[in-house]
Design a protein around this ligand. Structure first.
Ligand code: ARG
Length: 544
């Protein structure tokens, strides 16, 4: 379904020859949309802008959609959509299974790397953000007609397993009774011993060699540690209500068998060089090289991410690859993206994007992760929010707080503020949805029938319908620029417009066609709120 805005844009562009950069009008008296296209054309033509505007207004073919166009101020063109056109555009959303969201003309296969916690460590506040943001991307990219391939790049390989396995053997630990918290405690005990006990450090190193060589006893413990961790991760995912499942796990160990070949390939083609005993790739514009293999012959995070990109292009047939991590990993990703391009592993037509997010701060403005004794685990944050409200509301609060400001910014985890039912919060949007539902149920109980939006005389009705008609383009925008706060802002504006509408336009107390049309407007608003919240990963309960 083509959005009204893009339809108007196309028609104006046909007359003007350039993109009109249509914007929503800033005040109701300016109509619904405004363009400064005449001002931009006037300059090179050396003509007065109002004259250019008058010319354009003559030629723009919009009589079927708009009231007569108006010229304002220095030469702006104001567009006011006919109420019946607006009514139809909003009504169409109700019947459309995609709620007005355009389906990609060329659907892409999108690899989405998110969550990605580490084995034998509980999920941290940072993992809360990547999990929530990635879940939202997953939903939005799917809703726009693409195929999303989530990849949970868990840290299930590396040198830390040497000490973990050695410590478990030393302690004759009962692995069948281990859980994730227990695995993390084991990690801490092993780590503490590493610096004080040289013999242990040596044995840990040998254990890494045994793991790499495929020693069965070693592998069995390694597998068990992963199993236990997965159980813990899944508990967190269940609690968060996100889409990730075990089928999405593609951890670092998956790429381990590919690393040697990647190194050989890059070395033989002269892309990688030996430097001080390590195999590295220098990339223009970067201070330090990417390390493929260190001086001891070990493989690390960089080369794994190079191999992963190759795999995602060749095996998963990705058209677009998106990574969601802490903003502090930006440099790592820029470097490994550049290496994979240089190697030709990621062809020109495939994009690689890193979405970095800011830190979660406590109410005192300090990062959670560095504070002693306070919640730094994801589970503790969920508990903190649930002290104030029920679980669905707590989740709405957390997810909305996370997604409603620009991702790059740090955000303050303030359970009191974010669970409030007024203001720009998740629970406020849930209430707006429940309120629309309540009116519809009451109408149903009173046997009042309604079908579609037919009357839009009041400015509050028009404003609401106009916002509704924009829903599809907002979602398509988020799918492309990966900025979910634009959806959050849109939903907040919609809920606000809905409450102005209730104030100014009685629904159940009006009569006849006006009442039926207003009920349809409520139903459309309810549907768009529910769909939008769902795309943020937030439930929209019918009652609260
Ligand atoms: N395991 C890493 C961490 O916890 C995140 C991995 C992100 N994905 C990737 N392909 N490197 O920080």
């Amino acid at each position: 379904m083509q959005s009204l805005a893009s339809l108007l844009s196309a028609r104006v562009e046909a007359a003007a020859g350039i993109d009109p950069e249509m914007r929503p009008a800033t005040k109701p008296q300016f109509g619904h949309f405004q363009t400064n296209v005449a001002l931009r054309l006037a300059k090179p033509q050396g003509r007065p802008p109002r004259e250019v505007a008058a010319d354009l207004v003559e030629r723009i073919d919009l009589a079927d959609l708009c009231e007569p166009l108006e010229i304002a101020g220095p030469g702006f063109i104001n567009l006011r959509i006919k109420p019946e056109v607006l009514a139809r555009a909003a009504s169409d959303l109700l019947a459309d299974p995609h709620t007005g969201i355009d389906q990609a003309a060329q659907p892409q296969r999108i690899v989405l790397d998110y969550s990605s916690p580490n084995v034998a460590k509980q999920m941290h506040v940072g993992h809360l953000r990547t999990t929530i943001i990635g879940d939202c991307f997953n939903r939005v990219l799917t809703a726009t007609g693409n195929t999303v391939i989530p990849q949970n790049h868990i840290g299930d390989w590396g040198r830390q397993f040497g000490m973990l396995i050695e410590q478990a053997l030393d302690e004759a630990l009962d692995l069948s009774a281990l859980d994730l918290a227990g695995a993390e405690a084991l990690y801490k005990r092993a780590n503490a011993r590493l610096s004080s006990d040289e013999g242990f450090a040596d044995r840990a190193r040998e254990r890494v060699v045994a793991l790499q060589a495929g020693d069965e006893e070693t592998l069995a413990i390694w597998r068990r540690l992963i199993e236990v961790s997965k159980v813990g991760f899944n508990e967190a995912y269940d609690r968060l209500g996100v889409l990730l499942t075990d089928a999405d796990i593609a951890g670092e160990s998956l790429y381990n068998p590919m690393l040697e070949a990647v190194c050989d390939d890059l070395e033989s083609r002269g892309i990688a060089k030996m430097d001080d005993g390590a195999l590295v790739v220098f990339v223009d514009g970067f201070d330090a090289p990417a390390i493929l293999r260190n001086r001891h012959g070990g493989y690390g995070y960089d080369v794994t991410d190079v191999a992963a990109q190759k795999y995602r292009v060749e095996q998963l047939h990705a058209d677009r690859i998106i990574y969601v991590t802490d903003a502090r990993q930006r440099h790592h990703f820029e470097l490994v993206f550049a290496v994979a391009r240089k190697a030709g592993y990621v062809p020109e037509g495939v994009s690689t994007e890193h979405v970095g997010y800011g830190m979660v701060l406590g109410a005192d403005g300090k990062p959670f992760s560095t504070r002693e004794g306070t919640a730094a685990y994801l589970i503790d944050l969920l508990d903190a929010a649930e002290e104030h409200v029920t679980r669905p509301v707590a989740l709405a609060a957390i997810k909305y707080a996370d997604l409603s400001s620009q991702l790059q910014k740090d955000y303050v985890f303030d359970p009191v503020r974010m669970t409030a039912t007024t203001g720009d919060t998740g629970p406020y949007l849930q209430y707006a949805h429940a309120r629309a539902n309540q009116i519809l149920r009451r109408a149903e109980a009173e046997g009042i029938a309604w079908e579609s939006i037919t009357v839009l005389t009041e400015p509050a009705e028009q404003n609401l319908a106009l916002l509704l008609s924009r829903f599809g383009e907002v979602i398509v925008g988020v799918a492309s620029d990966l900025q979910p706060h634009k959806l959050a802002t849109y939903l907040f504006d919609l809920a606000t417009a809905m409450s102005v509408f209730y104030e100014q336009c009685p629904v159940l107390k009006s009569e006849g066609e006006v009442r039926a049309s207003r009920l349809a407007l409520c139903a459309t608003t309810k549907k768009v709120l529910a769909t939008g919240l769902n795309l943020l990963g937030i439930e929209a309960p019918d009652q609260m």
